[in-house]
Design a protein around this ligand. Structure first.
Ligand SMILES: [Cu+2]
Length: 120
């Protein structure tokens, strides 16, 4: 009985050791240029996209600006109307109807204004 347990235990150890040994060269093999680029993007800042549009609403309480913007190929967006997070400072002087050029970052479902300025 004792011998069986020891045999099982040592088999488990041997299996996990060989699994680890196989994983390490496997990971190195998988380090293709594509994966390298993805890892780089994750550690770098979220890329900034640029767009132009017309302000539909400014909400200084929620700190959002709703913009009807054109297509944004950088983030594969079609033209749409949506709300962006913005700071009070960024929203100052903006109102519905203003034509704006702006830069923003997308993180998940959240889009945040980096800079925004009136076109006229
Ligand atoms: Cu959008």
């Amino acid at each position: 009985m004792k011998l069986t347990l020891i045999a099982v235990a040592s088999t488990v150890v041997a299996l996990s050791l060989s699994a680890q040994a196989e994983d390490m060269p496997g990971m190195k093999m998988d380090a293709t240029p594509m994966e390298g680029m993805q890892m780089k993007q994750e550690t770098q800042q979220v890329p900034v996209a640029k767009a132009e549009g017309t302000i539909k609403a400014v909400d200084t309480t929620k700190q959002t600006v709703t913009i009807a913007h054109g297509a944004v190929p950088a983030v594969q967006w079609p033209a749409m109307t949506m709300a962006f997070n913005a700071t009070t400072k960024q929203l100052a002087g903006l109102k519905a109807g203003d034509q704006v050029a702006f830069e923003f970052q997308v993180e998940g479902a959240k889009a945040t204004i980096i800079s925004i300025k009136k076109l006229k």
